[in-house]
Design a protein around this ligand. Structure first.
Ligand SMILES: [Ca+2]
Length: 440
């Protein structure tokens, strides 16, 4: 099992102890795992599967010198093999290690290879995707994404030496995008020039898109986070379960293909960089890689690989993701115990038998409050693990509500009931979501 704990920063803490009038209590915050190198956790698949060179040893031409064609690829000889894992090994070695495709010996049949990268987990991209080619960069390529484990795909970005010719799209740069067009899928010609020693990298620009909201040096992340919070499409744009690199035409560096010398055409990739974090719906700050699978270590009484639902017996209100707002601590929106009618004692009494029967089958989970984690707030006292006895001014299953809220006119000039406000501590609902206090 591999842990990667969060370093200090915004949203790295799910809960913390704090002092209050009632003693030491828990404060809950929105939280997320830190961004990390996601290539360690992916599975790679080629289509067609036999696209790697050297199954039968073959000759290919040197990069940049198509007339030196004595290089050999042989999958059965380690020094001459170019398997897919060489796209993700430690770089910094010279010469670099790389995956290499078969050559274009079947010309004029297109030389096309799909490289599918799967996490089997929803992740959020946090930095540019950078693909380093050892061959010339492809003249035609599509980067695609899936949000449903590869069932359906959509384009992320088109890459071509000539966008109009290849995809009937006007060439664009990410720099042309604005906050109104940030989700546009563009074709770029910036990364498709043929053999050029100094230009090997192809990028999918996450940071430039972030910068549209957060400023050129990402100094205003608060602005980005508030956009992400309020715009689901924007959040989903950076979210994937899989990526697919569709290599559609290798670099030729010319308008024609040299049919006498097809061993000069192939794809070779030395490195792929992908940074991101597990998507945990702001309910976990840790993601573990166990049994070859990533999963969030859910807090806030949530569960599931993405913390996407409430734990059993914590369905006291519908699940909702945590919120980046309010900056900088967000709102935890924790799941609360399964007592649907938070509030008046008579109602509570009516549902008490079911709590009791639950308690028989699963004593620990059915507890409303207990002596280890006394959840009664505002000075409430836990009674037989079943209910909080609240001080006169408070009510609610956890004594989290001011009684006056129930009276007409509420506790003052507040309006809006139940809606999660994005300002601190104004309504009891917010109190419950953002800073649920529980005694320790
Ligand atoms: Ca490598």
């Amino acid at each position: 099992m591999q842990h990667y704990p969060s370093e200090y920063g915004h949203y790295d803490v799910c809960k913390s102890l704090m002092k209050s009038d009632e003693g030491i209590v828990w404060e809950y915050m929105a939280c997320q795992p830190e961004s990390t190198d996601m290539t360690k956790y992916l599975k790679v698949r080629l289509d067609p599967p036999d696209s790697t060179c050297g199954e039968t040893p073959e000759k290919f031409c040197a990069m940049g010198n198509p007339y030196m064609c004595n290089n050999e690829c042989d999958a059965s000889t380690p020094e001459l093999a170019h398997p897919t894992d060489l796209m993700f090994d430690f770089e910094g070695r010279n010469p670099s290690t790389f995956w290499q495709s078969i050559t274009w010996k079947d010309y004029p049949r297109p030389l096309q290879v799909n490289i599918t990268l799967s996490w089997n987990k929803t992740i959020e991209l946090t930095d540019n995707i950078a693909i380093t080619f050892e061959s010339g960069r492809p003249e035609k390529m599509i980067l695609e994404k899936s949000l449903n484990y590869g069932r359906t795909w959509e384009p992320y970005q088109f890459y071509a030496a000539d966008c109009l010719d290849a995809f009937r799209m006007e060439p664009k740069s990410v720099k042309d995008l604005t906050h109104l067009t940030v989700l546009e899928i563009i074709c770029t010609e910036e990364y498709s020039t043929g053999y050029a020693a100094h230009a090997k990298t192809l990028s999918f620009e996450i940071k430039d898109r972030f910068a549209i909201f957060a400023g050129p040096r990402l100094h205003n992340m608060a602005s980005l986070y508030s956009q992400l919070d309020t715009t689901k499409n924007l959040r989903d744009f950076f979210t994937v379960t899989d990526l697919r690199i569709r290599l559609l035409r290798p670099a030729t560096g010319a308008t024609f293909v040299d049919e006498q010398n097809l061993a000069r055409y192939f794809y070779a990739i030395s490195d792929i960089k992908i940074h991101g974090r597990c998507k945990c719906n702001l309910h976990a700050n840790t993601c573990v890689f166990d049994n070859n699978k990533l999963s969030c270590e859910c807090e806030h009484n949530t569960t599931g690989p993405d913390c996407g639902r409430c734990k059993k017996n914590y369905t006291g209100r519908p699940w909702s993701p945590g919120s980046y707002l309010t900056i900088p601590k967000g709102t935890a929106n924790i799941c609360i115990p399964s007592i649907s009618s938070i509030g008046t004692p008579p109602k509570f009494d009516r549902i008490r038998p079911s709590v009791s029967s639950l308690e028989v089958s699963n004593r620990k989970q059915a507890n409303v409050c207990d002596n280890e984690l006394q959840r009664c707030q505002n000075g409430g006292i836990c009674h037989r693990n079943m209910r909080c006895e609240c001080p006169a001014a408070y009510t609610g299953i956890l004594c989290e509500k001011l009684k006056c809220e129930k009276e007409s006119g509420g506790c003052g000039s507040r309006n809006g009931q139940g809606a999660v406000s994005h300002s601190w501590g104004l309504t009891p609902t917010v109190l419950l979501g953002a800073i649920v206090l529980a005694r320790v």
